[in-house]
Ligand binder design. Structure first.
Ligand code: BGC
Length: 441
């Protein structure tokens, strides 16, 4: 077997990602907490509860683990509901807590990346109609101003909104996220408000911090036509346009294009400094005239793809290449802000990480500027409507005791971060089954 190392550029950001509601615990003043209290919303009635107890201070030990694992960056989110618990009240203690976390990252020589909105929001916002109400744009601007003023001494890398496309789908089309609507027109309205709120936030952040770098994180889903039939191909293309493209395309050219209708949002033009890509998997797509609620499509995984523990994710690393190529089309640097797999036994994860990073390395050689990779996630956390049934952490979490469980991927990822690359020895040690694919010969 040949030996060698695929080296990443100097200064590449190696990190993991987390989100406030998923790790903090004890967060009772937001839309997701309320959602968890409703029967039938979360699998098995699971609740976020203490989560990973970051609000109780366990972020310290988890940041220690990340640092010991050679990571030089971490992406976390801050909870709007904690910082602005009521429309006319800011909570300075909450801001202090976040300040401490960011200082904690800096003192561990890790670059913080902060997300302002990651799926959860204050109850008062939901009561005014949430993202359907245009007033959310002013509200998000005010929150951004307050949070960035407080945190900018420690952070200059910002994600305004995490996965506006997944939020639109989950909350307003599939009804799986609060407020649980199934209303396509409302979804499009929400998306427009998110774009305008993002544009405002972008401007506010740059006004406060001229050297800031601001982007969003889009969940890029691969959509492959299941056949050569024109209607299957059209269906796959329509999904790509509506799911992947809608948000970032509008930030590029100011045109909100829903295939049926184009709306101009000129203030969005040029409001990102990097494209954040969350890539997990790729679907096969077939046109289905009876599946109105699934946008007239049937989606499934290719038969030969290895599936994750809960069948939620198929291991399709070529999709990473496609995602990065697509992101490169916006002419901006790219950051992989999430990528990962649910796997409590760590049987697929090592291979998933190695194959996705190898795919990333390959496409970076086509002269695409990718500045970092954040694995989802540092530690198992509350997986939204799927509760605790999925385990995405490099580190496992014992919910009863709060103990962290070291999975082999902890050491695998540490070797990658420390080497700033993928060494054949690492592959041989952690996922010999992909040795031939990654180091053929
Ligand atoms: C979200 C994360 C989530 C992950 C795995 C992404 O869509 O941004 O919050 O935990 O997927 O389900």
């Amino acid at each position: 077997m040949p030996k060698g190392t695929y080296i990443f550029p100097e200064g590449f950001l190696w990190g993991t990602a987390t989100a406030a509601h998923q790790v903090e615990g004890r967060n009772q003043n937001n839309t997701w907490y309320a959602w968890e209290q409703e029967e039938g919303r979360i699998i098995n009635g699971h609740q976020s509860g203490l989560a990973c107890d970051w609000w109780g201070g366990r972020w310290r030990e988890d940041f220690d683990r990340a640092q010991a694992g050679g990571q030089n960056a971490h992406r976390l989110s801050i909870a709007w509901s904690r910082i602005q618990p009521e429309p006319d009240r800011w909570d300075e203690d909450a801001l202090d807590r976040y300040r401490e976390m960011l200082v904690g990252l800096r003192s561990r020589k890790m670059t913080p990346m902060v997300t302002l909105h990651h799926f959860s929001e204050p109850l008062w916002l939901a009561e005014m109609g949430g993202w359907e109400n245009e007033a959310v744009i002013d509200a998000f601007e005010a929150f951004t101003r307050k949070a960035v003023e407080a945190l900018m001494p420690y952070c200059n890398l910002w994600v305004t909104i995490n996965e506006p496309n997944v939020f639109m789908l989950g909350a307003y089309i599939e009804g799986l996220f609060p407020p649980g609507k199934k209303d396509f027109n409302a979804a499009l309205q929400v998306m427009q408000h998110m774009i305008r709120a993002h544009a405002r936030a972008y401007k506010v952040i740059h006004e406060l911090q001229p050297d800031a770098r601001v982007g969003s994180s889009i969940n890029y889903r691969g959509f492959r036509s299941a056949s050569w039939l024109p209607w299957d191909r059209l269906a796959a293309k329509a999904l790509h346009t509506l799911f992947n493209d809608l948000f970032p395309r509008t930030l590029k050219d100011g045109v909100f294009n829903t295939i049926r209708k184009k709306t101009s949002i000129p203030e969005a033009i040029g409001t990102q400094d990097f494209v954040g890509v969350n890539y997990y998997s790729t679907d096969m797509v077939r046109f289905s005239p009876f599946a109105a609620k699934d946008m007239y499509t049937k989606r499934f995984y290719p038969e030969d793809a290895a599936l994750s523990e809960s069948d939620f994710i198929a291991n399709i690393p070529e999709g990473m290449i496609e995602a990065v190529k697509w992101a490169g089309g916006f002419g901006l640097p790219i950051i992989i802000t999430e990528n990962g797999v649910d796997d409590s036994k760590d049987s697929l994860r090592p291979r998933y990480i190695l194959e996705h990073l190898h795919a990333l390395w390959k496409i970076m050689n086509a002269n695409l500027r990718v500045e970092g990779y954040f694995h989802w996630a540092l530690v198992d956390n509350f997986e939204w409507e799927r509760g605790w049934t999925q385990r995405f952490g490099l580190w496992g979490l014992d919910l009863e005791t709060q103990a962290r469980i070291r999975r082999p991927s902890v050491d695998l990822y540490a070797e990658i971060c420390r080497t700033n690359g993928i060494a054949s020895d690492t592959v041989e040690k952690y996922a010999p089954e992909v040795m031939e694919t990654l180091f053929p010969g």
